[in-house]
Ligand binder design. Sequence first.
Ligand SMILES: C[C@H](O)[C@H](O)[C@H]1CNC2=NC(N)=NC(=O)C2=N1
Length: 100
Amino acid sequence: MSGRPALLTEDEITAALTALPDWTREGDSITRTVEASSFPAAIRIVDSIAVTSEQMDHHPDIDIRWRTLRFVLLTHSEGGLTSLDFTLAGKIDEAVRAGA
Ligand SMILES: C[C@H](O)[C@H](O)[C@H]1CNC2=NC(N)=NC(=O)C2=N1
């Protein structure tokens, strides 16, 4: 018993992705790549997401290459996608909108 929400069904994942057009399914995860305006802007986005993910106790995998950020979301403890990933994806979209 991990205390995490249950894995979503394929239909639920498809429906959730239509509301998040910048995100792509990749196996057991969803991913988004963002090009920020500069390296400091990229780090500000990451810093803001650090606060959000601590509040959620749900953390993205983040690859930082100069000003390109790649986010990969899944619920490790469940081995796939749960509602937490889609909530976090929406919050990452907000941080990108505010900070890129
Ligand atoms: C102990 C702690 O609650 C867990 O390790 C949390 C933390 N953040 C997490 N983040 C993600 N993305 N998946 C998890 O399963 C997860 N588990």
